[in-house]
Design a protein. Structure first.
Length: 70
């Protein structure tokens, strides 16, 4: 982004590089979470294909259930 703001690259190049960087970051996150699951840590996945309201309610229920355990 800094290179774009300094007029060192085009907006198209910025979009391309940002897209690649986001995909690489997501891949590292998935690798990290898969290792955690392999090590026995329970990961509570939310379905990103659901409508936002459904995801929000699922997340709230999950947080409430975790707080109730304490």
């Amino acid at each position: 982004v800094i290179s774009y703001l300094n007029n060192e690259m085009t907006f198209e190049s910025l979009k391309d590089r940002l897209g690649i960087a986001i995909c690489q970051f997501a891949k590292r996150q998935m690798t990290f979470f898969r290792k955690m699951e392999k090590d026995g840590v329970k990961i509570n996945w939310l379905n990103a294909d659901e409508p936002f309201e459904t995801i929000k309610l699922d997340a709230i229920k999950l947080v409430h259930s975790k707080l109730a355990l304490k």
